[in-house]
Design a binder for this molecule. Structure first.
Ligand code: ZN
Length: 250
């Protein structure tokens, strides 16, 4: 089997400036995600960070990425709009899956791809119970009916996302709030997954179920082989929604 090329993009600022975050994720939370994805033996994982050249995603990296994982928080606005457009086009063309983690709900690529402002309510860190609402879904493989995270940042409904194509996980928080914590979207020919756990001062990326869900999501979002040739610049179709498609007149 061809290895899945995964790029884990992290803003990678908190880990450099806040001692408690550095203690949890000394090499950055993206390095920890890369480590457990690498353990599958099925994935070739690349690390990317905002302060890297070309914001971590030069053409040759993005063009070689099957699934892009995104964690950002304080520097969403610094992400270059041209880069966001390249990411969006690649997802819509079915060449790359996209996974937004935690505060990635407000990231430019997630908002652009899914079509939302990504707004939600949030509050103090507290106990969270994640409920497996769709056990037959590939992203729920191996996940029990529920599991507990002792500490996560409260995210609450209303969450301003379009109706998900599949709602795989729901969350209950100690203060009584609920949240659509794991949601799938099909956009163009591409697949998108949003997953809520992953606050930078919490240990969620150490949790085996969180790791399994992110791993499952990579397999799910990996582009399907599209069984038709895709010429560019077809003159016969006016509304070109992806980069590429087959034209019957050619
Ligand atoms: Zn957070």
């Amino acid at each position: 089997m061809k290895k899945i090329h995964v790029t884990v993009w992290n803003e990678f600022r908190h880990e450099k400036t806040k001692e408690d975050v550095k203690a949890l994720y000394p090499d950055g939370l993206h390095a920890m995600i890369a480590e457990f994805l690498g353990e599958t033996g099925d994935m070739e994982v690349t690390l990317a960070a905002l302060d890297d050249p070309d914001q971590g995603l030069p053409e040759e990296v993005l063009e070689n990425t099957d699934v892009l994982i995104w964690w950002g928080h304080m520097a969403h606005s610094e992400v270059d709009d041209a880069l966001v457009e390249r990411i969006q086009r690649r997802v819509y063309a079915g060449k790359m899956g996209f996974i937004a983690l935690h505060s990635g709900h407000h990231s430019k690529p997630f908002r652009a791809i899914v079509g939302t402002n990504g707004n939600l309510s949030w509050g103090r860190n507290q106990k969270e119970i994640l409920w497996n609402m769709m056990p037959s879904h590939p992203i729920a493989a191996g996940i029990p009916d529920h599991f507990t995270l002792d500490e996560e940042e409260l995210y609450s409904e209303p969450f301003y996302i379009p109706q998900p194509d599949a709602l795989v996980f729901g969350a209950w928080f100690e203060d009584g709030h609920i949240f659509r914590a794991g949601a799938c979207f099909i956009r163009g020919a591409g697949k998108v997954f949003y997953f809520q756990p992953g606050h930078e001062t919490c240990r969620s990326f150490y949790n085996p179920y969180v790791r399994r869900i992110i791993t499952n999501a990579v397999y799910w979002a990996n582009p399907t082989e599209i069984g038709y040739p895709i010429p560019n610049g077809c003159p016969h179709i006016k509304n070109k929604v992806t980069d590429e498609f087959n034209c019957p007149a050619q």
